[in-house]
Design a protein around this ligand. Structure first.
Ligand SMILES: C[S@@+](CC[C@H](N)C(=O)[O-])C[C@H]1O[C@@H](n2cnc3c(N)ncnc32)[C@H](O)[C@@H]1O
Length: 450
């Protein structure tokens, strides 16, 4: 893994653009294959363990190089056939699809363990068995696509070809999206073609359509889309796509705001939820239920506790815990999401949950002042994890238990180490696979006051 970069002494540094033939030994954090070329560690995008590949060097540093596989010379023993391809290219959203699902789980668990032990220098915790995903394909409730142009100048809509910022591969059926989600994306492309709305060309600085996000209520079947455009006049997209149109920095001259319903409806853990365009929601609805189940199990509530749900989004974790808690306080930086959380509490007749729009860095002290100290703190930050200052604010909550939901074990590890240093014990860690076919790892950690 990445630490291997320190081991070499007199390796030759390849040149950018050079082709090298290497055998992939293992997988690094982030999902790239790790190989060696003339003594130098090379991180190879598109390489899986045991593969022999021809790879083009994209970056050459003193201690390591980066490359992308351009030809699979002989597949490794763990290779399985790709399921999701676009224009003959493996789907960029599914870089681990060539690895049998059971092997993906083994690598993910090992990476959580390694991050905690090596980066966090932690031991004595129990790494529990990873919770596998219920669906290995068609699980994403949200996907983002870019617009491009084909040879006839017609709009295309899909993903960037590997290593190409200027070429978009048209997507007809992405196996990470549901059929409903695929139909919505294709409907936008058909609309753009029928109405002759051109893709934006960044080099020529002309055209209109930049990118599209399609979000789906898995239980409601409802679609929500977000279209990012240049400032321009253009016809309205079909109303059943509930599109929010965002012009770029200059604003847009065409349709603006939300066309259709403002909020997407979804059901989760028996709750009826609604979310605005700008609010975060877990991208795998079915596995979010499993994840929140692990949070509830680790929190082990008795019905009396004061629970803080920091980084609460539209309030989902707090609302699923509310029935087993005395009171729940959610804190989140996006005001739109907090408005959703309040409406969600009301819609589900949950009276013991309150929500605050604030930055965790500056708002946690105010929350303690308003609510009192917490018995249990749930934290679910973005990939960057917690700054040292936010860790200090979390410590000021003086909670008996901290349940840390992490989408990045390499930032969980130093944060958990800081909490351990301050007197907590890392008791349990359970990875949950929210993102099959990708190297992304979610896990839940329980820290208890020693
Ligand atoms: C990984 S999401 C978790 C959301 C929610 N717990 C869920 O499961 O849907 C992280 C959330 O943290 C919010 N956020 C990011 N930075 C923040 C900050 N400094 N203070 C408070 N919230 C923040 C984001 O807007 C996002 O909603």
């Amino acid at each position: 893994m990445e630490q291997a970069t320190g081991e070499r002494s007199a390796a030759r540094r390849p040149k950018r653009g050079e082709l090298v033939e290497v055998e992939i030994e293992t997988l690094a954090f982030g999902g790239r294959g790790v190989a060696r070329n003339e003594g130098l560690v090379v991180f190879v995008a598109g390489g899986l363990p045991g593969d022999r590949v021809r790879a083009e060097v994209t970056k050459a540093k003193k201690r390591f190089a980066e490359a992308r596989a351009v030809e699979l010379l002989s597949p490794g023993p763990e290779r399985v056939a790709d399921v999701c391809t676009h224009g003959g290219e493996p789907c960029p959203g599914a870089p681990w699809q060539g690895l049998a699902y059971e092997r993906q789980l083994v690598h993910k668990s090992a990476q959580v363990d390694e991050a905690l032990r090596r980066i966090g220098e932690l031991d004595g915790f129990e790494l529990e068995e990873i919770v596998p995903a219920t669906e290995q394909w068609r699980y994403r409730n949200k996907l983002e696509y870019s617009f491009g142009e084909d040879e006839e100048g017609e709009p295309t809509l899909g993903f960037h070809a590997r290593g190409r910022w200027d070429l978009i591969v048209d997507v007809e059926d992405c196996h990470l999206a549901s059929h409903v989600g695929n139909e919505a994306r294709n409907a936008v492309r058909e609309w753009a073609r029928a109405e002759s709305v051109p893709a934006y060309d960044g080099r020529a600085r002309r055209g209109v359509l930049r990118n599209l996000a399609v979000r789906e209520g898995r239980r409601s079947g409802q679609i929500q889309t977000r279209l990012v455009t240049s400032p321009a006049r253009f016809p309205r997209p079909p109303v059943d796509l509930h599109t929010q149109i965002e012009g770029d920095s200059g604003g847009t001259d065409g349709p603006t705001g939300v066309l259709g319903e403002e909020r997407l409806r979804e059901e989760l853990c028996g709750l009826k939820l609604q979310m605005s365009h700008g609010a975060f929601f877990q991208t795998n609805t079915e596995m979010a239920e499993s994840l929140y189940g692990v949070v509830a199990e680790f929190a082990g509530l008795s019905g009396r506790e004061r629970v803080f749900d920091l980084y609460c989004g539209i309030g989902t974790i707090g609302l699923t815990l509310a029935a087993q808690a005395g009171e729940v306080w959610g804190l989140e930086i996006v005001p739109e999401a907090i408005a959703d959380a309040e409406r969600n509490a009301e819609r589900n007749k949950i009276a013991n949950a309150k929500f605050v729009a604030a930055n965790a860095r500056t708002g946690t002290r105010d929350l303690i002042e308003q609510a009192g100290k917490a018995d249990v703190v749930v934290i679910d930050p973005p990939r960057a994890g917690l700054s040292q200052k936010i860790v200090r604010r979390v410590l000021e909550c003086e909670a008996k238990k901290i349940v840390y939901v992490s989408c990045n074990p390499t930032t969980l590890a130093p944060n958990a180490a800081q909490l351990v240093e301050a007197g907590y014990r890392l008791a349990r860690v359970r990875p949950v696979d929210m993102f099959p076919q990708t190297p992304h790892i979610e896990c839940v950690a329980l820290l208890e006051r020693a």
